[in-house]
Design a protein around this ligand. Structure first.
Ligand code: MN
Length: 498
């Protein structure tokens, strides 16, 4: 890849750590729970490295790691092994981290991302390997000591490394979001950057105009805990490198930390080389052997992945790309949405295929993405935990479509459905929300407000369209909000033109 044009070109690779959602830790039976708040409870003698303890590989972590590898189109080598990576830090009780060095569980994969232009770009995956997490050091402000919490120590991590194929901060963000989707679809991790179950360390360099090879330095950025910060930190570094290169200087090979408060990166330490870690095979752990049958079995267990689902939602449902992207990020919500659509499809069959299905599907998407998502998020709930059943949502869409309730009444119905559960028609009856399409009572209300609002009527007849809206409002009020708006509009216009 030659830099033939006259611009400075960013070269970005990513290292992503994903905490696997297993019940227990990577090499022991201590609980693996990222939500625990009490310090030093998810530990045992293996986690704290008591003398004489031995690690035992967590099978579920292996399974999830290989599943993600397959979802990233990686090769899964037949053999793999664990190595010790040495460094000293109080949050690492053994004095080394069990990781994988030269024989990772997955290698040579890729993820295709969709750019805002609509073009697809392939980001190659170098490798994915299993390792254990470290604990956390805490430095209380103003106090002369530090604390250490081992709850996270020994948690299973999958480290995913990309080739330096990414050329902008935006591409990095899109890639990270797609990777999060994939990991969540596989069920391997909550992959939540804010909670630290997905962490990202970009390495960034900038190629000078005409530079033929990759730059001879790269800067790694740590401490990024959201997609927004990833994008901001990368942009900050690109600008910093460009400025230095333009002045004829070469940026130093260092590790930077993202400082959220000042929106800038700060130098942390010079970057260590692999041989500083004195890697060697862990003698306590046997080599891993993945049989062909094991890998084929896992391949068969893979769910429909985000890119396939995206394409199907476009072809099958005709949804726009923004709606699709917003649905795709929540796997359980896509299942819910599809169940609503299948209820609506059944209704359409009963009606002999006369319904406007694209319109109904769009409404199902809107309900899922707007009110339902907002309520679920507020309650930290998943669609599967909600009292709202897909058939209830479909039934409510049907009531609106049939003109039995107004769309604003539907919002009230949905709120009750979400809070207490229940069938929409029962809720409509309980709340007295039935919309009237009865022309007799609507006409009666219209005649009454025409008689009571002489000025507005005169104004309208003199050409003031604004007065029409006012009269509609008065008529709706007279009907206690239950008049079918379309019929109210039609009859009012007719009456006024008499
Ligand atoms: Mn790592």
């Amino acid at each position: 890849m030659e830099n033939s044009d006259n611009t400075y070109r960013p070269v970005i690779g990513l290292e992503i750590h994903v905490q696997l959602s297993t019940k227990s830790k990577m090499f022991s039976s201590a609980p693996n729970n990222p939500d625990t708040t009490e310090p030093n409870v998810n530990i045992d003698e293996v986690v704290t490295a008591e003398p004489g303890t031995l690690p035992v590989v967590n099978k579920e972590a292996l399974r999830l790691g290989v599943m993600v590898g397959l979802a990233l189109h990686c090769e899964i080598p037949e053999y793999s092994k664990f190595d010790r990576k040495h460094y000293f830090y109080p949050d690492l009780p053994k004095g080394y981290q069990i990781s994988q060095y030269d024989e990772p569980i997955a290698q040579n994969g890729y993820v295709d991302i969709t750019l805002p232009s609509g073009d697809t770009k392939r980001i190659r995956i170098t490798r994915a390997h299993l390792e254990e997490d470290a604990g956390k050091n805490i430095h209380p402000e103003g106090l002369p000591y530090s604390l250490v919490n081992y709850n996270r120590a020994g948690s299973p991590l999958l480290e995913i490394v990309t080739e330096p194929d990414i050329e902008s901060a935006e591409e990095a963000r899109i890639f990270l979001q797609e990777l999060r989707n994939i990991v969540r679809y596989v069920g391997a991790s909550s992959a939540d950057m804010e909670k630290g179950t997905m962490r990202c360390e970009p390495n960034i360099s900038v190629r000078k105009p005409g530079e033929l090879t990759l730059p001879k330095y790269k800067v790694e950025v740590k401490n990024i805990n959201s997609f927004k910060f990833a994008e901001a930190a990368i942009n900050y570094e690109i600008a910093r490198h460009k400025e230095m290169l333009e002045a004829g200087n070469m940026p130093k090979q260092v590790t930077m930390g993202w400082n959220e408060k000042d929106s800038k990166t700060v130098e942390q330490r010079s970057k260590e080389e692999a041989n500083d870690y004195r890697y060697f095979p862990d003698p306590d752990l046997p080599r891993l052997h993945f049989t062909k049958e094991f890998i084929e079995d896992l391949q068969g267990q893979l769910p429909e992945l985000p890119d396939a689902k995206r394409l199907r939602f476009k072809n099958e449902y005709g949804l726009g790309s923004a709606d699709i992207d917003n649905l795709i990020i929540w796997k359980e919500l896509t299942y819910f949405f599809e169940n609503v659509v299948s209820e609506l499809t059944e209704w359409n069959e009963v009606e002999g295929g006369k319904l406007d299905m694209p319109k109904l599907i769009k409404q199902a998407a809107n309900w899922c993405l707007q009110d339902f998502s907002a309520f679920l998020n507020a309650m930290h709930q998943n669609p599967t935990e909600s009292l709202v059943m897909p058939e209830n949502m479909a039934e409510m869409i049907k009531l609106v479509e049939q003109g039995k309730i107004s769309s604003s009444a539907a919002k009230q119905v949905f709120k009750v459905m979400f809070d207490k559960g229940g069938e929409p028609d029962t809720i409509v009856a309980d709340l007295g929300l039935e919309q009237t399409s009865d022309e007799g009572s609507i006409l009666e209300a219209i005649e009454k407000i025409i008689a009571e609002n002489e000025k507005a009527v005169t104004d309208f007849k003199a050409g003031q369209e604004k007065s029409f809206g006012f009269l509609v409002g008065m008529a709706m009020k007279e009907l206690k909000g239950k008049g079918n708006p379309q019929i109210v509009n039609e009859l009012l216009r007719k009456k006024l033109s008499e």
